[in-house]
Design a protein around this ligand. Structure first.
Ligand SMILES: C[S@@+](CC[C@H](N)C(=O)[O-])C[C@H]1O[C@@H](n2cnc3c(N)ncnc32)[C@H](O)[C@@H]1O
Length: 279
């Protein structure tokens, strides 16, 4: 058992040693939960044909595909992931998939009109240093759009108020609080979604916007919470963070008639300076 007082930092809490079908389903639930909000924010980014886009930690690839549809044949979309298993069949000729660790590998060469990363940076040991490398690779006036979990106490309270009843709110808070503790023990950043705007400003981006969201998600055996709980249960047990053995959470999370707030996510967006104004 891992000593909870001396946890081994891991570069990514949700490491990829999961059964492939379950992991693919889990990534797909992340897309189902968060894509509508990402899509809405992308309309403000307003990608155009010919754009050069970098999708970091692309997961199952929905946003990379979406960007390639807009960038078209004259554009370029590079989708990176340390675990590109689920990108190999991405079924879009405009997406160039590369196996790539954003913390250590040289950045794919390019002068990007858009860099997007969702639910990746918060799992890394030093997200600010990754952003500090990504931002200079933007084209003049290029855009960075970063989204990260924000399970701070304040944000969780707002999200829990959307739960349909007290039992659901309690289960949500119990689970999300355990996620916060586990990420902290692992050296990850459970409140990064709130801190992104300050980091983007500190690294010279302009016209920064920030938005938090926590869409509602239904339960279900192959749903977001059931699959995430299945994935994290061993770590919760190891660290004594959450007792999952009595089934009180899984009976709720497996129930398709129950609706939960998703884990809150913070999205920040900014522009690189225009030509000639870069330091
Ligand atoms: C929670 S999933 C999110 C997937 C996708 N961005 C989405 O929101 O649908 C995190 C993804 O980041 C990838 N990842 C983790 N560490 C990474 C790293 N150091 N460099 C690149 N990708 C990484 C994982 O393999 C996984 O596919």
């Amino acid at each position: 058992m891992t000593d909870p007082h001396h946890p081994q930092p891991t570069p990514y809490v949700l490491d990829s040693a999961a059964r492939a079908d379950l992991e693919f389903d889990r990534l797909r639930t992340i897309e189902q939960v968060y894509d509508p909000g990402t899509e809405e924010l992308l309309t403000q980014v307003d990608p155009a044909p010919g754009w050069s886009c970098l999708e970091v930690g692309a997961g199952a690839g929905s946003i990379a595909r979406r960007l390639a549809s807009t960038a078209g044949e004259s554009g370029r979309v590079v989708a990176t992931d340390t675990d590109p298993r689920f990108l190999r069949n991405i079924a879009h000729p405009g997406v160039n998939v590369i196996e790539h660790d954003i913390t250590t590998d040289p950045l794919p060469p390019g002068s990007w009109d858009l860099i997007h990363a969702r639910s990746v940076l918060e799992h890394l040991p030093d997200p600010e240093s990754v952003l500090a490398r990504l931002i200079p690779s933007l084209a003049p006036h290029g855009q960075l759009f970063a989204e990260a979990i924000d399970v701070s106490t304040e944000t969780l309270a707002i999200a829990a108020a959307q739960a349909p009843d007290r039992k659901t709110a309690t289960a949500f808070l119990e689970f999300a609080t355990a996620v916060h503790r586990l990420m902290t023990l692992a050296g990850a950043h459970p409140e990064l979604g709130s801190n992104l705007p300050v980091i983007l400003a500190a690294h010279g981006l302009e016209s920064i916007t920030h938005q938090r969201r926590h869409p509602l998600v239904p339960g279900g055996k192959r749903g977001f919470y059931a699959l995430t709980l299945a994935r994290l249960a061993p770590a919760f047990q190891d660290h004594g963070l959450l007792d999952t053995t009595d089934g009180h959470l899984s009976s709720l999370f497996d129930d398709p008639s129950v609706v939960f707030p998703a884990l809150p996510i913070g999205a920040a967006h900014g522009h690189a300076p225009a030509v000639g104004r870069r330091q």
